[in-house]
Design a protein around this ligand. Structure first.
Ligand SMILES: [Zn+2]
Length: 124
């Protein structure tokens, strides 16, 4: 599974240089442990009460799934699955990160604010 953590700018500040942190591991408990080991902070920490949690997170099946909308892939009607090709939807560019379709490798190369953590790397 892949857990996609998004910095919510709680209290008006980013908690690291990464807006998006993708953690590839087996379950939510592991994801939070890996997150804490790397950032010395629980993602559910609340820096500012009016803003809420420092990070939100959602789980996906793969890194490609987790970034499909950002990469402007063609999404299914319910946004649960996607095709690895440029979206033809009117608002796809708006919801994407670079206003164009990119592959996962290109997305990582172009993004300075995205960190990928894999359980195998973290353990070694
Ligand atoms: Zn606030």
């Amino acid at each position: 599974m892949v857990f996609k953590f998004t910095d919510m700018n709680s209290g008006g500040v980013m908690k690291s240089i990464y807006k998006t942190i993708l953690i590839d591991c087996d379950n939510e408990t592991e994801a939070i442990e890996l997150f804490k080991a790397r950032f010395d902070r629980h993602p559910r920490n609340v820096t500012c009460n009016c803003c809420g949690y420092d990070y939100t997170f959602v789980d996906f099946d793969s890194l490609e799934d987790a970034t499909a909308l950002d990469r402007m892939c063609q999404m299914s009607q319910d946004y649960k699955t996607f095709h690895e090709k440029p979206s033809t939807d009117e608002d796809a560019a708006y919801f994407s990160k670079f206003n164009k379709y990119v592959t996962f490798d290109e997305y990582i190369k172009l993004s300075t604010d995205v960190l990928v953590i894999k359980m195998v790397d973290a353990a070694s």
